[in-house]
Design a protein around this ligand. Structure first.
Ligand code: FUB
Length: 324
């Protein structure tokens, strides 16, 4: 009888433990609030997400960041930078992108929804800690002009295996790539002397992203209009960081049962579990405010040939996946 009781208690405990583990998921959205253009990145044992605060342009004067050890529980880091630090910021602080170099964290951003002849565009800030506080490195834009038709927004910095830092950027359906210098204060010319090369693929609109998997360069971007349901993510694969990039099709888009206008994403890879994640924003079903964008996460999967499979958006999000 004693043994039977023990067995019963053990069975119940196992059941409870299993269901708790199973229910440990991020949920979607992964944190409260209207946040878009999320850049997901891993620093050491921590996942970080840097999003745009999705409000009317004149109110977009700061960034918050979010960190997590397991993708399930997120901590908010408020106002990692704002307009008291970026003196040339008037509105529309968008699309943060961050990279670590020599123990410092460089945060790229864009300001003012700039047109030719106005002050604004892509800037760079630096901090000793991923949570900031960040300091405006230049006190002025790194890229102010419209080059090759690309609005200077939506920058993404990518470190290649040879140590070169490329920056992909551009709105208005044009994408440029350039090489950043050592301290991210300027550019290194390509072999032909050019500073900026246009690499616009497919139906590219904005939101470029690059990662390497099994030696292949996966270039990704957003298509459509970000306030609308036709916003989506497509990708290409190349054998080098400059392309050419030919679209292999759309992998993230509206699912009328889950959310609409899913896009402006990033990708994180946990080397421990081997899993890839796509972090993106989407509009909740039925919401009519174009600024109502929520940051979500789902798994990014590949077929045996390395093609990206269409993403299944969820309300449940992903399971806990600690980095250590
Ligand atoms: O969030 C502002 C803008 O909306 C971004 O820069 C674009 O990529 C789009 O997501």
């Amino acid at each position: 009888m004693k043994n039977l009781t023990k067995l019963f208690i053990f069975a119940v405990a196992t059941l409870v433990a299993t269901s708790c583990t199973e229910s440990k998921r991020s949920g979607n959205p992964i944190f409260e609030g209207w946040y878009a253009d999320p850049e997901g990145v891993i620093f050491g044992d921590t996942y970080w997400v840097y999003p745009t605060w999705s409000k009317p342009f004149p109110e977009q004067l700061h960034f918050d960041a979010f960190s997590s050890k397991d993708l399930v529980t997120w901590t908010k880091h408020e106002r990692i930078i704002d307009n008291t630090e970026i003196k040339w910021l008037n509105s529309a602080l968008w699309a943060p992108s961050i990279i670590e170099k020599d123990g410092k964290y460089y945060l790229m951003f864009s300001c003012n929804n700039v047109k030719q002849g106005e002050e604004g565009g892509i800037g760079v800030a630096v901090a000793d800690n991923p949570a900031g506080p960040f300091k405006d490195l230049l006190g002025k834009p790194l890229i102010n002009d419209i080059i090759n038709g690309a609005q200077p927004i939506d920058q993404f910095v990518f470190k290649d295996t040879d140590g070169t830092y490329y920056m992909y950027y551009g709105g208005w359906k044009h994408c440029n790539v350039c090489k950043l210098n050592d301290d991210f204060t300027g550019f290194v010319p390509f072999e032909d002397g050019e500073l900026f090369k246009e690499i616009t693929p497919g139906e590219y609109v904005e939101g470029p992203f690059m990662f390497i998997r099994d030696g292949k360069y996966y270039f990704m971007w957003s298509e459509g209009k970000w306030r609308q349901a036709n916003y989506r993510v497509a990708y290409a694969i190349a054998d080098n960081p400059l392309g050419p990039f030919e679209s292999r099709g759309v992998i993230l888009q509206t699912d009328e049962a889950i959310g609409t206008g899913a896009g402006h994403h990033s990708v994180m890879h946990n080397p421990r579990s081997g899993k890839y994640y796509i972090v993106y924003h989407r509009h909740p079903i039925g919401s009519t405010d174009g600024d109502d964008r929520r940051t979500c996460i789902d798994e990014l999967r590949f077929d045996n040939e390395g093609n990206i499979l269409p993403v299944k958006m969820t309300f449940e999000g992903v399971e806990a996946d600690p980095l250590q």
